[in-house]
Unconditional design. Sequence first.
Length: 355
Amino acid sequence: MSLADHLAARIQADGPMSVAAYMADCLLHPQYGYYTTRDPLGAKGDFITAPEISQMFGELIGLALAQCWLDQGAPAPFTLAELGPGRGTLMADLLRATRGVPGFHAAMQLCLVEASPELRKSQAKTLEAYAPEWLDHADALPDQPLFLVANEFFDALPIRQFIRSGDHWSEKRIGLTDGALAFGLSPAAPQPALDHRLQDTQEGDLVEICDAAAPATQAIAARIATHGGAALIADYGDWRALGDTLQALRAHEPADPLQAPGEADLTAHVDFEALAMAAKSKGCAYTRLTPQGVFLERLGITDRARALAAPLQGDRLKTLIAAHRRLTHPEEMGNLFKILGLYPSQAAPPPGLNP
Ligand code: SAH
């Protein structure tokens, strides 16, 4: 049996499924899920992420979080956490860069929120020296100051898609047509969660909701507001998403999201406004949404690249220059990816970000 067979059987039994239910099965089905069964990252995988492009990304995020920790009086103990740590590369770079911050490592309790058993294994190897603890959900994070990073985590959470019809909304669903997976629409109905989108949309527009994003953000924000801390959330998306952003990537090429389920990465743009509002509901402050390129330049990525470049020549130098460009240039990841910071309302915002 394949995931396609499992999905077909599920649709035959229960009727068409939401895009969110489809995404959840494709990514995290215990037996056939994309993340459950493989390591999808890197040149041989399906996609590459900022920390896999260069060590500079994790180093600068690490120094920014350590600066927040110092600014807030170096609370001890505290949680250092990452949501969806992939291969553990970002965390390893972050920990190496913060070795020299007095007391930081001694006071930290390292927590990794990760759903994939395969990726937990790779994280265990990369981060062996730091004795991490794995959690299934952000709401299991300890009740203490929390310094957290999430890179390309929220884009992997399942979204629902709705098409506007008058003041009502039809939900996009996945059913079977001649035995093959196909998109369809549910009858239009009111959607109170989309009331705020009646102002900025028109008949036929498609909007997306990520039901899992707010609870995860609230769990983080509640700890930061109560005990102190900071979160840096990096992802592609905008303040408010409009249109169909569901995307499948296979071997670095766009693919049809309904083709070969479980064999391609599925993501959707992050609706950062929803994260900011969830944080605010817990009394946590949020920063202006900032392009990744601007954020990394403010943290000094060009100086760091120069220092790393000094001993290099030939191909290794070219690779470093290309990595700097890829992370920061507006035509590469610099503008598409954005950073949202969360912090206690009485504290300074994280370095590189404005209130
Ligand atoms: N942050 C890493 C990996 C990004 S890929 C990097 O930048 O390279 C997305 C990560 O989130 C993977 O580790 C994946 O297994 C994890 N993930 C996806 N959905 C999740 C969920 N619902 N709960 C916990 N982890 C999840």
